[in-house]
Design a protein around this ligand. Structure first.
Ligand SMILES: Cc1ncc(COP(=O)(O)O)c(C=O)c1O
Length: 383
């Protein structure tokens, strides 16, 4: 039966993600538009975004955090380009973005001493293979497969190499063990639903030491340069961005941070995301056609929740028919206004990806699930 009630907010995209409940354009009215980002007010807003983020995330005092160009990709690549090559590198990947970073290491940076540990969609490599005399690059949460590292137990607090972590779909929804990580990156448009443009780059004291003590033998674009003459460009980490940021995006990021604080901070954000995953887990447990891409609960993401179709009748179809039918479900729900953007990522196996980050209301996830049942039933009837 076709459900009667639609989710209040049908935005389930994995980035840009849903705006926080109650968001309106009005929250941007105090933005420092038309002002220089180097004016007193501009700098103060940028510094405030850094300060509030650090506090909310419980970053150690001696870690630094900067707003950088080009979203999460910008943050990850400026770290890789600036820091890698000083020693051997291990890259762990299990979906599209991690594979992209390993491709960077191999084809762009042409690192001579590189080991790549890869797992298929829905799985994770054995992270204990990391050799901590080397640098280690990985994502905390693989957004396109819905697989996350279960914890940081496999990272020693005492390590020689740097732990470089793309955590864009994890921070603000998952606990991140700061003392185990040297470089952590994210963007504004994910868990707090901010406007996209800028990346956030957090560095441990050891990462700063690398920046100050190592000059890679490669050209660095201006927007990647974080040190000069062996000294950290400290201003970047106080709000003096390398190039011009959008003050509208800054205002929106501040709104997201204030909203998060009003809920009770990080524990509340994590709980909201967990509740979203739980709603889908309860539904999957009784479903006769859907399952998780990440079979193992310990590595299952609570943000990018990836589903596959397990119905034997569907699995008996040719791969292109499977993809076609999964896409039909997605477009039916889009057309109905019940769910937007829930198709699996273009490189991932056919199925669905439902964002369950902190801005998504569990009541909306619960309302989405009968629509999935309905749409799959309709599509199956026409197999
Ligand atoms: C794990 C991961 N890394 C990198 C990116 C790229 O992020 P951006 O578009 O913010 O550069 C994404 C985007 O979804 C992602 O999920």
């Amino acid at each position: 039966m076709k459900p009667l009630t639609k989710p209040k907010n049908p935005c389930f995209s994995s980035g840009p993600c849903a705006k926080r409940p109650g968001w309106t354009l009005d929250v941007l009215k105090d933005a420092a538009v038309g002002r220089s980002h180097r004016s007193k007010i501009g700098k103060a807003k940028l510094a405030e975004a850094i300060k509030r983020s650090k506090k909310l995330l419980g970053m150690p005092e001696d870690y630094i955090l900067g707003i950088v160009p080009a979203s999460d990709t910008g943050a990850v690549e400026m770290a890789m380009w600036s820091m890698l090559g000083e020693r051997g590198v291990d890259v762990f990947c299990w979906e599209s973005f991690g594979s992209g970073w390993s491709g960077d290491c191999k084809n762009q940076l042409k690192l001579k001493d590189l080991r790549v540990f890869k797992a298929d969609y829905g799985k994770i490599p054995d992270m204990r293979q990391a050799d901590w005399t080397r640098d280690v690059v990985f994502t905390w949460n693989g957004t396109t497969s819905g697989v996350r590292v279960p914890n940081g137990d496999w990272i020693p607090a005492e390590r020689q190499g740097l732990a470089i972590c793309d955590a864009t779909s994890a921070v603000f929804a998952m606990e991140v063990p700061w003392n185990k990580l040297d470089v952590v990156t994210w963007s504004w448009q994910k868990v707090l639903g901010g406007e996209a443009a800028h990346g956030m780059l957090a560095l441990s004291p050891r990462a700063v030491k690398r920046l100050e003590g190592f000059s890679p033998d490669r050209p660095l674009p201006k927007i990647f340069q974080m040190s000069k003459g062996g000294k950290l460009a400290a201003g970047i980490f106080e709000g003096e961005t390398i190039n011009t940021p959008s003050m509208l995006c800054v205002e929106d990021a501040l709104d997201g941070l204030k909203w998060a604080e009003s809920l009770g901070g990080l524990p509340a954000l994590v709980a909201r995301s967990q509740a979203n995953l739980k709603a889908i887990e309860d539904w999957v447990a009784q479903s006769n056609w859907a399952g998780f891409l990440a079979g193992d609960q310990a590595i299952r993401s609570s943000t990018s929740i990836c589903l596959k179709i397990t119905d034997p009748a569907y699995l008996a179809l040719a791969a292109e028919d499977q993809a076609k039918h999964a896409k039909s479900v997605v477009s039916m729900l889009d057309k109905e206004g019940a769910a937007y953007d829930i198709g699996s990522y273009r490189d991932a196996p056919a199925g669905f990806r439902v964002w369950g980050g902190a801005t998504v209301e569990t009541s909306d996830v619960e309302l989405l699930l009968p629509w999935l049942d309905w749409a799959y039933g309709e599509v199956k009837a026409a197999f």
